[in-house]
Write a protein that binds this ligand. Structure first.
Ligand code: FAD
Length: 319
């Protein structure tokens, strides 16, 4: 089986999720190829080759300096046509999801999104993904073996690839691939916390139980003491206490950190679907019957206004 991993980069820096995708592909024992598209792909391709990238196909062009769906789709369609992979996988970022959906449409291949596991069953690649808020785990295989199967992976659900020597191949594609009806006019850097929620190893999220935005600094201090990013329930985002980019859940971000702490969050199903694959969940809620305790690894029943400052103090002292 031949798997093509699409590695993402931004401003010439590889997205760490690329190494998770390589880990997922490598664990299947498949022949791994990686595509890296950038203004100058050579140094990134070298790095990927050293980290399980297998045959790394490097395509450099100034038009690849910023993400343009039309151009990326055209370039990758040519590569797929040339190398005929059985499957194409990418991290489930917005860019990866839109790119693979476009490629599936162009090639007629099947697609599965948000995979949390991959396995090979009787020679067929199977993507495992949660559905209906995690109540059902679906196993999805492509029906047409003559077309590539496109799969996006949940970020942080797979271990990064171990080091391994690969080979860099400089590829060229038709000039027409770089023509686009779209032009990126400006990119504006998102303000606020440096680490994206999806990339954070630790997240502290709060909900309506903290009673008002004036108490966010209390939660922020706990997050800072752990080096964690700040998340939130939709109730507090809708109430205007914090920006949408912090929202975790069905209509917010899906996260899988090593540690997820909830403060005054009830645990509605729409919140749980966005965080229940976290490795360790610690929940603080004054209601012992709150649904969040159904998924929590450790539950603390009590008043957030007593527990949060006490925990912060303890973590500041080093544990
Ligand atoms: C289509 C749809 C999509 C949705 N998408 C999302 C989503 O993406 N993310 C999301 O989070 N929600 C989402 N929701 C909303 C969701 O159903 C809940 O309404 C929301 O998650 C509740 O937020 P909360 O837990 O902050 O508030 P509440 O449900 O009001 O819970 C507050 C909790 O704080 C506890 N508490 C109160 N005081 C204290 C204290 N002093 N100390 C400790 N604990 C205390 C209470 O016991 C309670 O459990 C969605 C809903 C719909 C219909």
């Amino acid at each position: 089986m031949k798997i093509l991993v699409i590695a993402e980069q931004k401003n010439g820096v590889l997205d760490t999720s690329a190494f998770e995708a390589l880990g997922a592909a490598g664990a299947l024992g498949a022949e791994v190829m990686t595509a890296i598209l950038a203004a100058d792909a050579a140094p990134l391709a070298e790095e990927l080759a050293k980290h399980g990238g297998g045959k790394v196909l490097a395509i450099s062009n100034p038009a690849l300096g910023v993400f343009n769906l039309q151009i990326q789709c055209a370039v990758l369609s040519e590569l797929i046509e040339k190398h005929q992979p059985n499957a194409v996988i990418a991290a489930g970022r917005m860019s990866g999801k839109s790119l693979l959906a476009a490629l599936a449409a162009v090639t007629g291949g099947g697609m599965a999104t948000d995979a949390i596991d991959l396995r090979v069953d009787n020679g067929k690649l199977v993507a495992v993904r949660p559905q209906y808020g995690g109540k059902v785990i679906s196993e999805i295989a492509a029906t047409d073996p003559t077309k590539p199967f496109f799969i996006t992976l949940r970020v942080k659900a797979f271990n990064p690839a171990a080091a391994g020597a690969g080979e860099v191949i400089t590829e060229t594609v038709s000039d027409s691939c770089f023509e686009s009806a779209m032009k990126v006019v400006e990119s504006v850097k998102e303000s606020g916390q440096a680490v994206k929620l999806e990339d954070a190893d630790q997240i502290v999220s709060f909900g309506r139980g903290i009673q008002g935005p004036e108490n966010i600094p209390m939660v922020q201090e706990l997050a800072d003491s752990l080096g964690a990013a700040l998340g939130a329930s939709r109730a507090v985002v809708d109430a205007g206490w914090i920006e949408y980019k912090h929202q975790v859940g069905q209509t917010g971000r899906t996260v899988s950190p090593k540690l997820y702490v909830t403060v005054g969050i009830s645990g509605a199903i729409q919140h749980l679907v966005g965080m229940q694959s976290s490795k360790v969940i610690v929940s603080i809620n004054k209601d012992k019957d709150a649904p969040i305790f159904g998924v929590a690894t450790y539950g603390i029943v009590g008043d957030a206004f007593e527990i949060v400052p006490a925990l912060t103090e303890r973590f500041r002292q080093g544990g």
